[in-house]
Design a protein around this ligand. Structure first.
Ligand code: HEC
Length: 131
């Protein structure tokens, strides 16, 4: 906010100077248009650089945190990280565990209880996390 006030103050000063050379009205109009343009540009820039808000964990993720970690980063070298992994890949693995096409006693048991919509929510969530 302080920076914004500073920009407006300096722009207004610039406007007064410009109006001397271009005539009061034309100078002011030109200056305000330029200031509005700059301001809109900086607001747009700030918005496009803001990080996306993280997805909140689906309730089904409560069954995963014990092994894959609170934020999808596991504390055990035999348990894979899920954070930031590709969404379609995660979904394919979960379905493979559920169908017993991929064999791991823990994951086979856990995946049994996951519906397709659970898998959709879980994979959207884990793929959105920072690895
Ligand atoms: C008891 C521990 C445990 C729990 C709880 C658990 N997992 Fe796993 N998970 C594992 C292990 C171990 C592997 C690695 C299996 C292997 O070596 O093939 C794995 C693998 C995976 C993979 C494959 C990752 C890859 O890179 O191929 C996915 C996806 C996954 N788990 C998702 C989940 C989800 C979603 C949940 C919660 C619904 C969950 N897991 C709960 C232990 C667990």
């Amino acid at each position: 906010m302080k920076a914004l006030v500073e920009i407006l103050r300096t722009t207004a000063f610039g406007c007064r100077k410009t109006s001397i050379s271009y005539g009061e009205r034309a100078g002011n109009a030109l200056c305000l248009a330029a200031a509005a343009f700059l301001f809109a540009g900086s607001a747009w820039g700030a918005k496009s650089q803001a990080p996306k808000p993280p997805l909140s964990a689906p309730t089904s993720a409560a069954a995963c945190v014990g092994c894959h970690g609170e934020a999808g980063v596991s504390a055990n070298s035999l348990w894979p990280n899920l954070a930031g992994q590709k969404r379609d890949y995660l979904a394919k693995q979960l379905k493979a565990f559920r169908d017993q096409d991929r064999v791991d006693p823990m994951m086979n048991a856990i995946a049994q209880s996951l519906s397709d919509s659970d898998i959709e929510a879980l994979t959207a969530y884990y793929s959105s996390l920072k690895p």
